[in-house]
Design a protein around this ligand. Structure first.
Ligand code: SF4
Length: 441
């Protein structure tokens, strides 16, 4: 949206009071995210001047447009997540509407200054990759970019509202992704992170078999200059032998896999409507670890899912202990409106959820520390992303995805966006520290 608006003559500003248009890209995935979106919208709505326009965009509005309008009275526009590329048109329409009178004008003219109804722009049409008016679909931070390869999801996970918000999977055409990857390379990106709700489903709707593996192979040919290609959000059961082969035979594709497993007890997984074949997880991870000895795995679990017994939770803890994942994230279950598991209620108490969450995180902290300690003395390439005033540079190795995993704290100054070899000298539960080994690349 920023790119499209800039092309139309707008300029992004840092402070809301300086903006003529305020756009909030909302999240509607879980309760806390919805609350945060509402609170930001209300805050802006209360502070905004009559000449400013406030637009709510994103997932929350796509699913709950009328409710958002009800909860945020000063809203001017409501734009869903499917047609974000229509932002310029929405702004044009809003600007052509008569503005409500200011307080002074109201007093002078007796005009009550009623606001018109918000403008709703919520078409259902998914148009990913075909109608983005040349805007880069990637989100860039420093020398790393998230590249979206598909949007929506066709999996049946009982707890998840995403298919209700986003609809089914729509993959971007392969050539469009490659073109965008080349543009990112030209912008000097050192890392491209492939994302979708389920990256392993990429290309299914385009008739591709093993679409993610095919895409990766083509990317390595199209952008050999980009140092790291990382895969997030793989779905259990869909990490194929060919995908493992491609990862093992192309050093550019990082030996890193984010595979949200959500639970380990087959009964819980069945209630979640997730793949419950835990043997597949064991055999696939064993296969990957033998083909990719440096493999780092991130996963996510939900605790307190309806009906999760003490024994089921213990199965999860035992599994985590056995599998020794590099990074684990956990969520406490919250019932989401309209999902299949909403009907199960939310019987696990908040106290039990919290206790289970803490036990799981504590267990993982110990594992993560031990794994980190095994890296002391080793050399890792680190992508530098920040420089602290105290002379410490901050970066990430192949083991860490941006924003969610750990960091490597490097002594001294280092150029932002460079990849430097670092000798690891210290380990904490989540982060590593080290000293630069030699010249940067
Ligand atoms: S695969 Fe992920 S996005 Fe899709 S329904 Fe399951 S949890 Fe939701």
């Amino acid at each position: 949206m920023v790119q499209l608006l800039e092309r139309d003559g707008f300029r992004a500003v840092r402070h809301p009071e300086k903006a003529s248009i305020l756009i909030v890209n909302t999240c509607g995935f879980i309760g806390p995210a919805r609350e945060e979106s509402y609170s930001v919208l209300r805050e802006l709505s209360e502070a905004k001047r009559p000449d400013q326009l406030l637009i709510a965009a994103g997932c929350l509005t796509q699913r709950y447009g009328a409710e958002v309008a009800r909860q945020v009275p000063g809203l001017d526009g409501i734009l869903g997540t499917r047609r974000w590329m229509d932002i310029v048109e929405v702004v044009r329409q809003l600007r052509s509407r008569p503005q409500p009178a200011s307080g002074i004008q109201q007093a002078q003219t007796g005009n009550p200054g009623l606001r018109p109804e918000p403008l709703y722009h919520l078409p259902e049409t998914p148009t990913i990759g075909t109608d983005e008016n040349g805007a880069l679909r990637a989100s860039i931070a420093g020398a790393s970019a998230y590249l979206k390869i598909a949007d929506g999801c066709r999996r049946p996970c009982a707890f998840c509202a995403i298919p209700l918000i986003k609809g089914t999977t729509v993959s971007r055409p392969l050539e469009t992704i490659l073109e965008e990857a080349r543009r990112l390379r030209d912008l000097g990106m050192r890392e491209i992170v492939l994302i979708a709700q389920d990256t392993t489903d990429y290309g299914h709707d385009l008739g591709l078999q093993d679409g993610l593996a095919t895409l990766l192979e083509k990317m390595t040919v199209a952008i050999p200059e980009v140092d790291w290609i990382r895969i997030l959000y793989a779905f259990p059961g869909y990490v194929t032998d060919r995908l493992i082969d491609v990862m093992a035979s192309h050093p550019q594709v990082l030996p890193y896999l984010d595979i949200p497993l959500q639970h380990a007890a087959p009964a819980t997984l069945t209630r979640m409507r997730r793949p419950a074949n835990i043997d597949w997880v064991h055999s696939t991870i064993a296969k990957m670890r033998s083909r990719l000895p440096k493999l780092a795995i991130r996963t996510t679990f939900i605790v307190g899912y309806p009906g999760e017994t003490r024994a089921e939770f213990q199965t999860l803890l035992d599994f985590i202990e056995e599998m020794r994942f590099d990074h684990v994230g956990a969520f406490q279950y919250s019932a989401e409106i309209g999902t299949a598991s909403e009907a199960l209620g939310d019987p696990v108490s908040a106290t039990v959820k919290e206790r289970r969450f803490e036990r799981l995180m504590e267990l993982q902290q110990g594992i993560s520390l031990q794994i980190n300690q095994s890296f002391v003395g080793q050399k890792l390439d680190v992508l530098i992303e920040g420089q602290e005033k105290n002379g410490i540079a901050i970066g990430r190795s192949y083991r860490d995805a941006p924003e969610i995993d750990g960091m490597v704290l490097v002594e001294g100054k280092a150029e932002l966006g460079s990849i430097i070899p670092v000798r690891i000298t210290g380990a904490m539960a989540y982060d590593l520290s080290g000293v630069p080994e030699s010249q940067k690349r």
